[in-house]
Design a protein around this ligand. Structure first.
Ligand code: HEM
Length: 534
């Protein structure tokens, strides 16, 4: 397969090392005469402490593993390009979105809950993370294949992940969601209802990464040359359409080939069947921020396309597999806080919390603050600042000046950079309010959109959801948890709750469980509130 070239992959090509027909050396380049035998005192030993060739080999081997991602550990990536096709100058200054601009990208798809070695076809959300190597630095769109999320506020994220990962006492079960702790948490968090409808739908068992939609999930902001903001939601639409497998197929495929999605993506690209996605946006003027019956800052809500249509603004083509899985896919670091001029975050409290977590975890996972210098993460623009040192620095900054202000390096980028009036500026959004730990009541309607999604499904798809919920809840041992979740389903759709209840031999309660109410009232003292009329 011919290796597709762009600005980023050309840089990666320069870093490739070909070991074929080379003399084997130590890490210091010294030729090795014998790669079979340790150095011994006599043929039958013991081995000698002075065997630096053996130590060189083993010390590296002993350090081969790095921590897997705390979530989204299992994934597959590919290089490609993004071509902008629409004139967005009215909304954003982002250079890579200027019509006709072609930008290198690296995209990683993932499952969320499983370990690095888990099966591709688990029932789970799929990550859909794209790094754009733009002429204004890296921009990461770190989304999922489902347009909403389980929780509304970042403070709950570690709890959600602890609940869905295997239980701490026995590290079981490996299946993502089919267990007591997950459904315990979910049944106490009615805000998860909408996301649960999506994860129990066929969307959570995709046929292929190439056949998944992607969503930025949160509302972001475009900012134009006049500093005017426009709210924006991002959508990736696969050219191959959206397709899923059936649950019994998913189970069989997991048994036969745990790498099913990874293999499919890799082989499609090797065979020249380059997958493509159109990027679409929903644009919401600032004046319309409070116009809807839901809050556009609430990540458990979509903005229905009937209300705000999706406009296509470009196309992504994935056309080259990584040369080395670890160096590229595993070391890739995506972060929703990696923004370029013209794109900013909104006040969504889940998004705000994510901005801390990614940079923090990557400093740990990738061994310190120089992970930006790894070939897969390095911006094609290069980076220029006064940050210095740290573990495994690979760039070699010239000169004596690493501080600002200075009088010694006039004319060098350190000096000029801040004075020419260009660069990222946060949207100048007026702020007022008291500092509070609180949840807005505009986030309190948990069931209207869950119902909307259930009703949007065909009868067959609804059956699949009933079966999925029945399967998952049948793995829950605690009958109180099953019943609590049935009460939540009853708020979404009585028929749905009844059908799942019948499969479990339980009658769904009419009212939410007192414990669910107790937790919901921590955020909304008057819960349940009447949904706002659109
Ligand atoms: C990965 C945190 C919500 C999408 C990660 C990682 C962390 C994290 C720590 C591992 C990153 C790494 O090791 O490089 C959080 C927190 C969240 C949150 C604290 C909420 C407060 C979300 C949401 C989405 C999402 C709402 C989707 C819009 C992803 C994706 C990855 C990821 C796609 C994998 C990126 C890759 O392929 O390397 N998240 N996450 N996360 N997260 Fe989140």
């Amino acid at each position: 397969m011919k290796k597709e070239k762009n600005l980023k992959t050309a840089e990666i090509d320069q870093r490739l090392v070909d070991n074929i027909e080379q003399i084997m050396t130590t890490n210091d380049g010294v030729p090795i005469s014998d790669n079979n035998n340790t150095l011994k005192a006599g043929e039958r030993g013991p081995s000698l402490q002075q065997d630096h060739i053996y130590f060189d080999k083993l010390m590296h081997f002993d350090r081969e593993r790095i921590p897997e991602r705390v979530v989204h550990a299992r994934g597959s990536g590919a290089h490609g390009i993004f071509e902008a096709t629409a004139d967005l100058s009215q909304y954003t200054t982002a250079a890579f979105l200027k019509k006709g601009t072609v930008t290198p990208v690296f995209t990683r798809f993932s499952t969320v809950a499983g370990f690095k070695g888990s099966t591709d076809l688990a029932r789970d959300v799929r990550g859909f993370a794209v790094k754009f190597y733009t002429e204004e630095g890296n921009y990461d769109l770190v989304g999922n294949n489902i347009p909403v999320f389980f929780i509304q506020d970042a403070m709950n994220f570690p709890d959600l992940v602890h609940a869905v990962k295997p239980e701490p006492n026995n590290e079981m079960p490996q299946a993502a969601s089919a267990h007591d702790t997950f459904w315990d948490f979910i049944s106490l968090m009615p805000e998860s209802a909408h996301m649960i409808m999506w994860t129990m739908s066929d969307r959570a068992i995709p046929r292929s990464f190439r056949m998944m939609e992607g969503f930025g999930v949160h509302t972001f902001k475009f900012v134009n040359a006049e500093g005017v903001g426009t709210f924006v939601k991002f959508h990736w639409k696969p050219r191959l359409g959206v397709h899923s497998v059936a649950w019994n197929e998913a189970q069989k495929i997991s048994g036969f080939d745990a790498d099913f999605h990874r293999r499919d993506l890799y082989e499609a690209i090797e065979n020249g069947n380059f997958p493509q996605w159109d990027l679409g946006v929903q644009l919401i003027p600032e004046a319309d921020e409070l116009k809807y019956s839901f809050d556009i800052l609430d990540a458990t809500k979509i903005i229905p396309e009937e209300l705000v249509p999706v406009q296509i603004i470009g196309t992504m083509t994935l056309n080259r597999n990584p040369e080395n899985f670890f160096a590229e896919t595993e070391q890739a670091a995506f972060d929703p806080g990696r923004l370029v001029p013209g794109i900013d975050v909104s006040d969504d409290p889940l998004l705000q919390g994510r901005i801390f977590s990614y940079m923090d975890t990557q400093n740990y996972r990738l061994g310190g603050p120089n992970f930006h210098e790894l070939p897969i993460n390095r911006p094609v623009t290069g980076k220029h600042n006064n940050q210095k040192d740290g573990f495994a620095r690979t760039e070699i900054p010239k000169g004596a000046v690493s501080y600002f202000p200075n009088s010694k390096a006039v004319g060098c980028p350190y000096h000029a950079m801040l004075n020419d009036g260009v660069g990222f500026e946060s949207h100048k959004q007026p702020i007022n309010g008291s500092k509070v730990r609180a949840r807005s009541d505009s986030f309190a309607d948990h069931f209207t959109q869950a119902r909307l999604f259930f009703n949007s499904q065909s009868p067959e798809e609804q059956d699949h959801m009933v079966n999925a919920l029945s399967f998952e809840l049948s793995k829950v041992n605690d009958v109180n948890i099953r019943t609590r979740e049935l009460a939540i389903l009853n708020q979404i759709d009585e028929e749905l709750a009844k059908n799942v209840g019948t499969n479990l031999g339980l009658i769904p309660p009419k009212e939410l469980d007192p414990l669910t109410l107790k937790f919901a009232r921590q955020n909304h003292p008057e819960y349940p509130l009447k949904p706002v009329e659109p």
